[in-house]
Design a binder for this molecule. Sequence first.
Ligand code: PBG
Length: 330
Amino acid sequence: MSEFHIPQRPRRNRRTESIRSLVRENSLNVTDLIMPLFVIEGKNQKHEVKSMPGIFKMSKDLIIEECHKIYDLGIPAIVLFPSLSEKIKDRFATESYNSNGLYLQTIKAIKKAVPNLTVITDVAMDPYNSDGHDGIVSDSGEILNDETLPILGKMSIAQAEMGADIIAPSDMMDGRIGFIREALDENDFANVGIMAYSAKYCSSFYGPFRDALDSAPKSGDKKTYQMDPANSNEALREVAMDIAEGADIVMVKPGLPYLDVVGNVKEMSEVPVAVYNVSGEYAMLKAASLNGWLDYEQVFMETLLSFKRAGADMILSYHSIEAAELLKKF
Ligand code: PBG
């Protein structure tokens, strides 16, 4: 007998896997996942993103095959981004609403081939903009807010026309959620939802994504529209505004370095909360595991679970396919 009495022994609930499973508070499900995809021009094209080993930019035909696979794994949704050649880009992102263009045609083809896969489309100027910014850049280098909104509106309507289920504005211009909601409603797209990148921070973790899309800003940075990493109250204000303007889902981005923000947003948000486990977060885990320094499967599953624990309702992650494959095994 020990000399002292221990009133509670938490280890009793950790004694066996069976007991641990009974007392487990959170779990990752395949239906929590959203897979990001990058589409490129051409046929039968597949190019690995250098800073994201295991992630490929694919031509439309291969994207369709990938979408079948994603749907068959039980992943409910994809989010699609275009990777375009420099010569197609201009100051006003006109390619973004070209109905014969790569991006819009790919949305249409996916909805035709895999109609029950939810297609989330990206609204922002940067993949189409010769300046690499998410808004129009004035001659003096200012990012113009109100002048950008009509372009985002046109882009949203064009995507809805192709069958997009949810429009996801990732640009951080003020007032764009209300503007897009009105544009969609006026064009008979009341059923198309909006996933707002509400608390999108000005983060260096987007580096590999900008490599993939060749979308890094040509001058300056995104600090006048993306949020300061030092701020947390501001995220709640951004979320409240986007909900008031009509957001159906709000997002926090990046994920891992902003788990506190995910938790705070979940507490106050009336709508579901998404988190974006961004390209740089994927690259960190992949690079360390390719060096043999981390157990890849364990660390990405632990990472995805951390988003659930923080309160996220859904997770955009480059690990989604690998996670779904792992979840299937159990
Ligand atoms: C831009 C956009 C970015 C990402 C998604 N949309 C990067 C940026 O703001 O430059 C990043 C996603 C990732 O890093 O995985 N509209």
